[in-house]
Each structure stands twice: as structure tokens, then as C-alpha cells.
Design a protein around this ligand. Sequence first.
Ligand code: MN3
Length: 244
Amino acid sequence: MRYRSVRHRSFFGKTALVAMCLVSGLFLMQCDSGSATFTKIPLPYALDALEPAISAKTMDLHYNRHYAGYVKKAIELTRGAPYSGKSPEEVIRMTAGDPDKAAVFNNAAQAWNHAFFFQSLKPKGGGEPEGRLAEMINGSFGGFKKFKTQMITAASEQFGSGWVWLALKDGKLMICAASDADTPIAHDAIPLLGIDIWEHAYYLDYQNRRGDYVEAVLNNLVDWDFVSAHLPAPAEPEADVPAE
Ligand code: MN3
């Protein structure tokens, strides 16, 4: 279990570092040599649990190679000031749009995006959302079927690698295709669902049929409870009740 050893090592490293800093009396200076807080999340299901929509072979390469690589690189690139101790979201916002910080942004955003993506899927997922999310999707896209079609179209038309996102910006739902590592976090939007449309996410299983892959994810794998849980609480209506 790779992730267990990685997590253990990183926890031990942090504890040892804090102890060393306390002893040396150079707490601030020494601890600045830590990294931002990237960790490889455990996969919440077995590698073969998403078959047949996503094969075990694809999941193994995607989770254990691509995702692990982004996390490792993000940790390496965020050692010391100004990133030490920052959350992945903070690192993404600190580096977005800065060409000199592209390597940090790309690896930080990919680490975050993949953790979010893997957690948003589950075996026997799919179906349709319920409650407030369903109402918002109906209001914004004219129904769930139209929403799905727009997600598939946006993914299919995206030129090159990237993500197709459902996000909330200024209280409104939006679908956007994004290039490479781009993420709603970099645009003051709240990510609700992100589907990886890099070729490594689907090519072994679907070859060039990216739309079929996105449709299979939506139909069979999306955990709509996870998506709903990322909706912020609705704004309180203005108190307009006369006192008795
Ligand atoms: Mn990927």
C-alpha cells in the first residue's frame, strides 16, 4: 500500500522537524524549510471497482503513476518560503496566472484536481442528483439530460488535455472546459465536479472516444452526494417578518 508509507513518512518527518526546531530554538527559520501540505489521498475504492466504465489498468496508471507523480513533484516544488505550510488551495491561488510559477501551479493544481476527481467517483454511482443540486441544474441548464449533453460536448470540443468542470461562480452554476491543470480554484469559483479529460484518463479504455468516456463516468460513476456536499449553504433570506 504505497499511500500508507507515504503518509507515515510525511507525518514522521513533520514531527521530527518540529522537535528539531524546538530544540534548536530556531523554530520559525527552520520550519520554513517544510513544504506545502500536499498528501496523496487514499483511493476510496479498489483499483478495479470502477470497471467496466474505467478499467483497473487505467486506474492503476492514473492513481499510482500520474497522480502520485503530481503529488511528489508538488511537495518538492513547494519546499521553503513562500509555500511552506500553505494548503494546496493557497498554493494554487498564489501561483495562478504567473508564467514564472507555472511548474508549481501545474503540479499543485493537478494534485488537487486528481484528489477531487477520484473522490467524486464511486462504484454504482451515476444516476441523477437530488434536492437543491437537482433544482439548480434544472434551472441553469433546462434539465439533467441537457446538462449531461453540455458536459459531454464541452469535453469533446476541448482541444488537447484538460478537465471539464461543473462549478459555482457568483452563485451561478457553470460548465467549463479547462486546459491542462486549470481549475475553478484559480478563478474564484467553487469546484463541484471535475472530470479528467487528459488522454491518460481514458485512452486505454476508449481510445479517441472521449465523449463516450465522459458519458460513462456521468452515467455510472459520479457520486452526486459528494458533488452536493460541495455546494455552499444557501444565502439566508433577508429577515422580513414583523415582530409580534
Ligand atoms: Mn489525470
